[in-house]
Structure formats: C-alpha cells, structure tokens
Design a protein around this ligand. Structure first.
Ligand code: GDP
Ligand code: IMO
Ligand code: MG
Length: 429
C-alpha cells in the first residue's frame, strides 16, 4: 500500500494531525503538499501536546522522512522556529526534505494579506493573516519567489525587483503603507540560505524513487475539501488545492500511484473564518460543542463556529476526493446529547436538494433538513472495540456511514494518541 492521501472532509480541524499520527509507525515518508502555516494540527502524545503548522504531523514519528512538497508556501522564519521548537523537545527533524520549487512567503505577502482583508470590510474572508493568499496569487501570476531562488543572489534580486515593482505601487498608492526595499527582502531571504541548503532538493524525484523502492508514503493535506480553492465554498476558501488532487500537483507524484484516500471527518462540523455553513448553531448546543470539543483554533486561537454533521458535505467530499476510508473523529464530544440531529439534505426556497447545490447563492440560503438519532450517556473515551460502544453510538456511526459515501474505518473517542476505535485497517485491504 505505497501511497496514501489523507485530507480533511469538512472545513478543517477535523483531527488530521491525530489521524496521521495514528499511521505514523507504518509510514516511511510523510508529505505536506499544500498550504503553509495557516494549518494547525494538535497531536497529543501522553502528557505532551504538539501544535504543528508548517511541518507535517508525521514528523513526530521516529524514522519517518518528512517532506515539504512544491505545492506548499513556506515562511522560512516560521519553518526554522518550528524546527527549533521540536528539536528542543527531543524530536529528530534531521531528515526533513524541502522542495526547491516551493514558494516563499515574504513580509510583503503578510502585509498584503492583512491590508486586503481590512479593505474588504464586511466581505472579509477571515484569513489567518499568514500571507497565504498573496503568495499563491504571486505563484499563479508568475512573480513568486521559490526556495531555489534563495541560493542564487542574482536571480533572487531580479525576481524581488520584479515583484516589488507592482507591490510597492499597491502598498503605497492603494493601501497607504510604506514601500518595501529590494535590499531588505533580499538580505532577509539570503540569511536563510545556509541553514536551508542541506534540506532542499528535487523532492518529486526523491518521492518517485521511494515509491519504486516499495516505501509507504502518506500525503497529508492541510485545510480541507470545503476550503479548496476549486471545490470549496469559494471565495470563502484558502488559496490552495486541499483536496486529493492537490497531492498530485503539490508533490509531483502521478495520480495512478495513489492507492488510498483517507477522509478525516468530525462527528459534527466546525468552521473558522467567514462563509456559508448550513448546519451552524447559534444556540446553547453550539456552545456545548465549542466547549466540550475545545473548538478554538490551533493557529489563531479563534473560537470555531460549530454545527451538526452535514451528510451532503460528507458525500461531496467522498466524491471529490475519492475517499476510500473515513476517520470519524470526536464522537466522544456528542456523549450526553439526547437526540442528535444530522443534516440529510437541504431546503432552498421550498425546493429539496439532496446534494450540495452548485450555485453559491443556493448554498448560502440552504436550510438543513434534519433526521434525529438517539444519543448515549456512557463515557466512551476508554472504548477500543466497536462492539463495546453503546448501541446508540454504534447506530449513529453506521447511519453516518450509510449516508456519507464511504466506510467509517476508524472512530476517534478522545484527543489522546490511542483514543481510537479501528474497524478496518487503514493501510490494509
Ligand atoms: P487538524 O487541523 O485537522 O489536524 O485538527 P486540529 O488539530 O486543528 O483540531 C482537532 C482537535 O481535536 C485537536 O485538538 C485534537 O487533539 C482533537 N481531537 C482529535 N481527535 C479527537 C477525538 O476523537 N476526540 C476528541 N475529544 N478530540 C480529538
Ligand atoms: P487545518 O489544516 C481551519 C481558513 C481561514 C479562512 C480561510 C482562508 O488546521 O485544518 P488563509 O489564511 O488560508 O488564506 O484563510 O481558510 N483556514 C482554516 N480553517 N483549519 C485550517 O487548517 C485552515 N487554514 C485556513 O480561517 O477562513
Ligand atoms: Mg487545524
């Protein structure tokens, strides 16, 4: 089972970090293929809690080779800070590989992220302010800076000059900010080159070779399906391809090498930032999920919006990503709810939609149609076998499975590393 893609099936924070960690000991390479330090993955190992942003969560497993692929945008200062934090805690990060083709987030990208949000006013996306959107915009606009440029001062200077020709006009004339000098940017980026150099290489080639040698590769998506720039709730999305297709373009492996796609999905739904969210709760149940699920962002600390499970979104994700297995997380958070609502379809202006409407206005107006499932009160955090779950919890999982487009192969019952019930081996048949 050489190449496995793992992605978020909702709006992020499904517990991808924990799901990756679950596979850790059986993985040889873990590859981040999209996004940057907008991601935030919390992994709890015993008493230790790790928050990862730019590095793939698989880095916490002994012996694994972590790879940052070409599809990622890198804030090099943040990368070094995160590496230093892990080194200080005794994690071996010496194997890290970084694609020479990944793009670099600079200070002007961070500034532009913040000022464009401010100018959007009420139409704000609620970005993480890390410079993600402007860096991907430069990549597509062909004025980006790549990691390999940091090793050639002449080329770097030329590219920064080209980028700043436009940026300084924008910064000064439109956004009333100070101009940035070519020298300050070049000097900062050159300062990273020496430490970075040994990590950088042709990661696409290295991954191909690893596959040919029969190694097991896990492609770990940041963000999630509904935040994907093509398939998410545009424009309330991130700026990268966070669906399984992104694993191909963002790493340089071919689509026919992918064997399995794991979708991580919460037993309810959360979202950070603006944009449509049909099952969102504004009552005490919303607060219940926020508090019991500890739904505060790993990256920005923002309170996450909360709502019930949305089956049309699960089916949409299963289709778009080709999900072969779902990991259903945070089932324990639902303990104690007498009747659990699940959205099975939407109503838009009197019309029933069984699948996600393609028109964004329809989705903004979609009202969930709920079915209710009987809850359970027993503490399930210590359960490790599916048959030991309360009958109603089993029935809830099986009902979700029947309406979500793929099997529920593992079920999270607590934040800890081992708090999981495995029904089907994620790497097996
Ligand atoms: P990611 O961005 O998808 O990696 O998810 P985050 O780490 O941002 O958010 C998921 C949070 O849920 C983390 O704090 C995890 O420790 C926690 N978590 C993961 N799985 C479970 C679970 O099954 N039960 C509970 N209670 N917490 C979980
Ligand atoms: P993980 O990997 C949840 C959201 C932001 C904002 C939108 C665009 O932890 O699941 P950006 O800074 O990317 O341009 O912001 O996307 N967002 C996330 N929400 N989890 C994430 O990552 C996110 N990364 C970005 O809140 O609405
Ligand atoms: Mg997160």
């Amino acid at each position: 089972m050489p190449a496995i893609v793992l992605i978020g099936a909702q709006w992020g924070d499904e517990g991808k970090g924990k799901a990756t960690d679950l596979l850790g000991s059986r993985i040889d390479y873990v590859v981040k293929f999209n996004g940057g330090n907008n991601a935030g993955h919390t992994v709890v190992i015993g008493e230790e809690k790790y928050a990862l942003h730019l590095l793939p969560s698989g880095i916490l497993s002994d012996g694994v080779v972590p790879v940052i692929g070409n599809g990622v945008v890198i804030d090099v200062a943040v990368l070094f800070e995160e590496l230093d934090g892990l080194i200080a805690r005794g994690i071996d990060v010496s194997r890290l590989r970084v694609s020479a083709n990944a793009h670099v987030i600079t200070s002007y990208h961070r500034t532009l992220d913040k000022v464009t949000e401010r100018f959007l006013g009420k139409r704000q996306i609620g970005t993480t302010g890390r410079g993600i959107g402007p860096t991907y915009a430069d990549k597509i606009n062909r004025v980006g800076i790549r990691i390999q440029d940091l090793f050639d001062e002449g080329i770097l200077r030329q590219k920064v000059e080209g980028a700043l020709d436009q940026k300084n006009q924008l910064l000064v004339k439109v956004y009333n900010r100070r101009a940035v000098t070519v020298d300050e940017i070049v000097e900062e980026l050159l300062g990273y080159a020496e430490r970075l150099r040994p990590m950088v290489g042709d990661t696409a080639l290295e991954l191909h070779r690893a596959l040919d040698e029969g190694k097991t590769l896990l492609f770990e998506g940041g963000q999630a399906t509904m935040l994907d720039v093509d398939h998410g709730t545009y424009p309330f999305v991130t700026s990268s391809s966070s669906t399984s297709g992104g694993a191909v373009t963002g790493s340089g492996i071919a689509p026919n090498r992918i064997d399995r796609v794991i979708g991580v999905i919460k037993a309810y739904t959360t979202r950070v930032g603006a944009g449509p969210f049909p099952t969102e709760l504004f009552d005490e149940w919303g607060d219940f999920l926020t508090e019991k699920g500890a739904e505060f962002g790993t990256t920005t600390g923002r309170k996450r919006r909360t709502g019930w499970y949305d089956a049309p979104i699960a089916r949409y994700s299963a289709r778009i990503n080709g999900v072969t297995d779902f990991v259903l997380t945070k089932l324990d958070v639902l303990t104690g709810i007498e009747r659990i609502p699940v959205c099975v379809a939407y109503e838009v202006d009197g019309e029933r939609f069984d699948e996600m409407p393609v028109n964004q206005t329809d989705f903004h107006h979609a009202k969930p149609i709920y079915e209710h499932f009987p809850g359970w009160t027993e503490d399930i955090t210590g359960v490790r076998e599916f048959s030991d779950l309360p009958a109603n919890a089993q029935a809830y999982v099986l009902a979700l499975e029947a309406m979500s487009g793929s099997r529920m192969s593992a079920i999270g019952v607590g934040p800890g590393r081992d708090a999981i019930v495995v029904r089907h081996d994620l790497l097996g048949a």
